[in-house]
Every structure is written in C-alpha cells, then in structure tokens.
Design a protein. Sequence first.
Length: 328
Amino acid sequence: MNQPPNGLSRRSFLARISALGVAVTGVAALPLHGADPSHSRRLFKLCLACGPIGVPGEPRKMLAWAVEYGFEALEPVPSFLAKLSNVELDAWLGEMRERRLVWGAAGLPVDFRGAEAAFDQGMKALPDFAHTLRRAGVTRVATWLSPSHKTLTYIANFRQHARRLREAARVLGDQGIRLGLEYVGPKTSWTSGRFPFIHTMAEMKDLIAEIGRDNVGFLLDSWHWHTAQETEADLLSLRAEQVVLCHVNDAPKGIPVEQQVDSRRELPCATGVIDLKTFLRALVRIGYDGPVVCEPFSQELRGMTPEQALGTVAKAMKQAAALVEQPL
C-alpha cells in the first residue's frame, strides 16, 4: 500500500481513515538484562502526536498546542522541516528549546510490507528523508508490522522483513537515526490472514536479532503488550536503549482479551482494563527517557473540536503519568 509522507498509520490500514501518522526511532538488538532498581523517577516525555487522536497536524499549531496543554515532546513533521531554510530551522529549534520541548518520532515512509517495486521506490527517497531528520536533530523513526499475511508463510515473511528493514535501518543509521518496530498483539488481528506473523515481544526480539543493526529496537504499545498477554517481566527484560517509542491507551470493558479488536480502544486510564501502572512503572525502572504517545483510535475524539480533543488527551496522559510519579 502507498504510504503518506509521514508513514502509514495503522488506523488508515484498519479503517481507511487518513491520519498524520505516528513516529519514533529505534535501538539495537543488544544482550538483555534486568532493570536498574535505582530508577525511581519518570524520564519519559509526554508527546503530542496529532494523527492518532484525529487532530489536524499543522506544525505551528502543534507547537502552540504542545505548550498550552502541557506536552513535553512534539512529533516531527518531515515535510514541514524539509522546507525550512537554515535560518528558519534555527528559529524553530530555538523556540522548541525555549519551550522545553524535545522531538518525538517520525513515521517510516517506506512500504516494506507489500510489493518489491513499492519498497524500492520508498528506499530511493529514504536518504533525503533521513537527512531532513538529522538536520533538525530528530533521532527516532518508528513503524508497525502487519501481524498476518495472505500468501507468505511465517518464515518467508520473516526473511523478507529482515532483509527490507535491514536496508532501511542502514540508511537511517548512517544519519544517526534509530528505528522502532511495533508488533500487533490482538488475536483478532493475527488470525485475520492465512499466515499469522509476529505478534509478541519474543518474536520481535528474534526479528531484531536477525536484522542485526544496532539502531533497531522496539515501539512498545500498552495495547499490544496487554493483548499479547505479556507481563512486567517481559518489559523488564529490555534495556532503555532498546525502546524507541511508546504508545499508551486502554481497552473496552467486558470484552475477553482474545476478542479485543485493534481499532476499538479507549483513552489511557479510561477503564483500567490495561494495567497501565505496571506498564509505565516498567518504563521508569528500565530508565526509558523517550517519547510516550497517546494512541486511542477513538471516534469520540474525532467528533470533538481540536481544542476539546487536546484537552481530553492531555488530561488522560497526565493521569497516566501520575501513576508513576510517586516512588516505585
């Protein structure tokens, strides 16, 4: 499938709804070990990403909104950054510093899931894309993996993903950019095609190891962690530098975990179905200091004005952060 400039969001894939996209970079397949218990303060940043919450992502408005609603990081818009002169970019980055905002992550603009021709076309444009990010100081890119395939077996799909993502990671790595990969956990998703594919953290570790690039890591999502029925121990098996980006959300009540549907989620802390305190506490314990984005796939938010949606999301994100702001 063709991807928009800032990467193909899974919302577009699921609901054919256009969105700005999600973002962030990646880390490496390094030897795993437990968390450092000395970490007791959250280092992660609450990041404004407009696409996942259905708000128009005009960069100058995004910057003002991030300040107004108390976000700490901002999703980059590469198409905007590419048009800025050196003077304009310096002014933009200066304003971000003044407002104490850091960058979140950009989406990977390469179709690595489909036909070889589409992949090759995306790869031709990737060096310029990566240069644009490096010039602006963006160091994170992220994307998601489809959890099933109509025609490729698991092994064939695994090999194709490893080869293609290795090529993309090499180009990004040359510019100092990390690539985060997200597995999709719901059983309703990975059983939707003939051949199930990666849908757990353990399987993603295998793929990252096979890619073999030290700038590749995880995009962790509380929804997929929950629907994959993973635990705090799974999260604590990672090191901070292996996590590029995180998403947070909640799940509807009264639905067995095996029947949860990826496109039907809730705002963080809305229902308590997802143990967000455990999820975020693990991020604190491993010392993760990157962006955390709200990804609720909420039609209710899309019916609000931008200001209403931003206020609602900011409140939910701050409520989630408060879960780990006391000593662990």
